[in-house]
Design a protein around this ligand. Sequence first.
Ligand SMILES: [Zn+2]
Length: 91
Amino acid sequence: MPVHMGIMCDRCQRVHFIATSPGIEFLQSVGAMYRLRCKPPCAEDRVFRKDEMRPYRVSDEAFRRGYADEGEYEPLPGIENMSPRADPEAS
Ligand SMILES: [Zn+2]
C-alpha cells in the first residue's frame, strides 16, 4: 500500500490526508499552519503545524476519500525516532 502524509484527529483517531482531505485548510496568513476540521459527528477543529504530519500506509481508496478510520491505516515510524545509533552498521 502507498504511503501518504496525514494528520491524526486526537479525538476519533481518524487520519486525514493533506493532499485529499476536504477538512484540511492551509492557513497562508499565519505561515506554515494548517487547520483540521474533522468530519461530523466528531467536532474536532484545530490548527496544526506541518511538522505534526506523519507518514501513514493506506489503501488508494482511503487516500482518495481523504481520510482513513482507525484500523484502515498503518503508522510508519517517524524520522525523529531514528538516531544515528539505531543504524545497524554503526554497532
Ligand atoms: Zn475526529
